[in-house]
Write a protein that binds this ligand. Structure first.
Ligand code: MOS
Length: 714
């Protein structure tokens, strides 16, 4: 890690606690359990005599179920239950429209849960589900969307961050005098595709108790935050929050799909309730992972850009069109990063959404920023080429001194340092004019793009510190989705308690522990860390340096006072060397460097893993990932890992990430920002820009496949 002289900012009122100085390399503490197969994942939780569930799903996109014939299924030996809307428990409290399953005969999208079979073995459950005959009254479905779609409306909400349209200055007037770039960009529907599918084991305790308050449910699930899941699921299941225990200690990847409860959890809980106490297990097939657990919605965007001859941006219009489900609205904040990235006076950004009879989309790693920054960072490269200014220089000329959207000062913004450091380390000065570097059949080029991700301190978390047998335990609901929370939370606690890290254990991943925000939106480390520092301070205040056996304190973190006065984002820059075969049209990425400024890095090892993981995911999106929704029938045609290729080792060349360390006091006591999503943002643009430098072909539609290359080549 190189060290950047941090820009010091004195918080108006600092927390009493000293800043945490964790920053040392530490091996993953959960690695031995995982590689030896002893870490219990949701499906593997040992329970007595479980039954197994397999869902029945709709085969039409819109309409009504008129009949379900389950006679053949019921006759199969080992079948214990056929669950449909005819016998499902009633859902009285609606927390999320997609969780309200089996309450009517209506069908909202193809692949929607229409029921389930529960049997003594997973094989029998699956065979029996295939024997259930469902008859429909089918209605015409709306599927497909386009730029300038006449059915489009402006959504009221775009995911969690920013809203609707935004305008400053007068983009129309300025663009009317002439545009330099006017282009459309598109990204396909993508799926999170974690290696561990969704899986759950459900057990009702005292399911048949006369007093409904005597009953309890345990869900061994795989998710990003147990508390958030309990909050949304308990009401749907007729439970008070204290009656639902959610356990999720180990998670085999998520990328957003496990950040929000999906309908199968209600299905499994219903089935287990009707079985009266026998545990029920369900693990999704890979094909089912392409149906009811969210996806990154497809995107079509239009950018119009007016630029001075010296590369300064004059006006920018960035509009986004996206599908949203009739059942439940979800729209990415696709154009939000465009509002704050560069110093452009006349700007308009608009989100448009088109209602579809398809499964709801959901947040997927850097939802919106990933999508919008592909278009923006490609358009900037187009502008740089058109005016003959180096693309790094063009970005430097448009660097805003404060956030142009709201006029707030940056908490820290070191995009310029990332660009400069990366240029130096990557050998940017070796970049040649477009189409002039050949290596046999290959054309080779370099490209760059910026990365950013907003860091929101949404709400404080709570954490506990416990002292037993001479050791400390840090406890909170935090989830580790493969990111390193098991490893770094003890580092933060050890620092705050001023003890060696080997004396600190973690307990995370279940309700019953102090409430903490889920591992999403790249907010985990700094929000949880802030709570841990507060709990450690309270612990020391109450119990001193020699605490009594069993000493235990909990405390909430606190957003630094005055932090709302600052614009808080992490930044980075991606550098890519790519090559394209003039024979096959294949694109390969030889080497890629990401330089990031994301606050205090708590553990360089797990941080690097997050960042190169994000970069790999960006490469995968740039070159491979593309789900095809059949607009006649509403299903994903290539919904498995044979048809939907996720980058494997052979697809990835030399990859490195470095951090310019900042200490940002406006994110709480650790000075850390978020790194989970930053690494993926901008990667496809950097690859596309390298491809243009190599070949002179500008591709604006992901992924960059040979057919698209040859079509553009003419
Ligand atoms: Mo996420 S896409 O941070 O759950």
């Amino acid at each position: 890690m190189t060290t950047l002289e941090p820009r010091t900012l004195e918080p108006e009122a600092t927390a009493a606690e000293a800043p945490v100085v964790a920053g040392n390399d530490r091996m993953r503490v959960d690695a031995p359990a995982k590689v030896t197969g002893t870490a219990p994942y949701a499906y593997e939780q040992p329970v007595e005599d479980p039954a197994h569930l397999f869902p029945i799903v709709s085969t039409i996109a819109r309409g009504r179920i008129t009949d379900i014939d389950d006679a053949a299924a019921r006759e199969l030996p080992g079948v214990r239950l056929v669950l449909t809307h005819a016998n499902a428990p009633r859902i009285r409290v609606h927390t999320d429209a997609a969780l309200v399953i089996l309450q009517s005969s209506e069908v909202h999208h193809r692949g929607e849960i229409a029921g389930a079979v529960v049997a003594d073995s997973p094989q029998v459950a699956r065979e029996a589900a295939g024997l259930v005959r469902v008859t429909y009254d089918e209605q015409p479905a709306e599927l497909g969307f386009a730029i300038d779609d006449p059915r489009a409306t402006e959504p009221r909400r775009v995911n969690a961050f920013k809203h609707g349209s935004y305008e400053r200055g007068d983009a129309d007037a300025c663009l009317a005098r002439g545009t330099l770039v006017e282009a459309d960009y598109s990204l396909p529907m993508e799926f999170h595709s974690p290696i561990e599918p969704h899986a759950v084991t459900a057990i009702w305790h005292d399911a048949s108790a006369l007093d409904p308050r005597a009953t309890r449910l345990t869900l061994y699930d795989t998710n990003q935050g147990t508390g958030g899941h309990a909050l949304l699921l308990a009401p749907a299941l007729g439970l008070l929050p204290g009656q639902l225990e959610v356990v999720s200690p180990y998670v085999g990847g998520s990328f957003g799909t496990k950040g929000w409860p999906h309908p199968h959890l209600v299905l499994v809980a219903m089935a287990a309730k009707l079985l009266g106490g026998r545990p029920v297990k369900y693990a999704m097939t890979r094909q089912q992972m392409f149906r009811t657990v969210g996806h990154r919605p497809a995107s079509k965007q239009r950018i119009r850009l007016s630029v001075e001859a010296d590369g300064r941006l004059l006006a920018l219009d960035h509009q986004s069109w996206a599908p949203t489900a009739r059942l439940k609205s979800y729209v990415d904040q696709t154009v939000s990063a465009t509002r704050m990235m560069y110093d452009v006076a006349d700007l308009r950004t608009v989100h448009h959404a088109v209602v579809q009879d398809a499964a709801p989309g959901s947040f997927m790693r850097a939802p919106g920023e990933f999508t919008g920054m592909f278009a923006l960072e490609t358009a900037l490269d187009e502008a740089a080429h058109a005016v003959g200014v180096d693309p790094i220089e063009l970005r430097l000329r448009n660097e805003p001194g404060k956030d142009p959207e709201n006029g707030k000062p940056w908490s820290t913004r070191n995009l310029v340092a990332c660009l400069r450091e990366g240029a130096e380390q990557f050998g940017w000065s070796q970049r040649r004019p477009v189409g002039t570097q050949r290596d046999g059949e290959w054309l080779v080029g370099l490209g760059v793009a910026a990365a950013t991700y907003p860091n929101q301190y949404f709400v404080p978390s709570r954490a506990g510190i416990r002292f037993t047998d001479g050791r400390y335990t840090v406890e909170l609901q935090a989830g580790d989705i493969g990111t390193g929370a098991w490893t770094i939370l003890p580092q933060i606690a050890a620092d705050a308690l001023d003890v060696p890290v080997d004396l600190v254990d973690a307990e995370i991943g279940r309700t019953g522990l102090p409430w903490a925000i889920p591992a999403g939106g790249s907010v985990g480390t700094f929000t949880w860390g802030d709570a841990i520092v507060a709990a450690a301070a309270k612990f020391r205040r109450k119990h001193g340096e020699a605490p009594p056996e069993g000493a235990h304190e909990t405390a909430a973190g606190r957003m630094p006072r005055g932090s709302r006065g600052y614009s808080r984002h992490a930044f980075g820059a991606h550098f890519v060397q790519a090559r394209v075969s003039t024979v096959t049209g294949e694109v390969r990425v030889d080497r890629m460097l990401g330089v990031f400024a994301a606050g205090r890095i708590i553990n360089p090892r797990t941080a690097r893993s997050q960042l190169i993981g994000g970069m790999t995911m960006g490469l995968s999106a740039a070159l491979h990932e593309e789900a095809h929704l059949d607009e006649r029938f509403g299903h994903v045609v290539n919904g498995d890992l044979a048809g939907y290729h996720v980058a494997a080792h052979a697809d990835v060349g030399d990859l490195e990430a470095i951090c310019l360390e900042e200490h940002d006091p406006w994110f709480g006591a650790t000075g850390a920002k978020g790194i989970g999503e930053l690494g993926v943002v901008g990667v496809p643009a950097a690859i596309g820009n390298a491809l243009f430098n190599a070949s002179g072909v500008r591709l604006r539609d992901l992924p960059f496949t040979p057919d698209r290359l040859f079509a553009a080549w003419g």
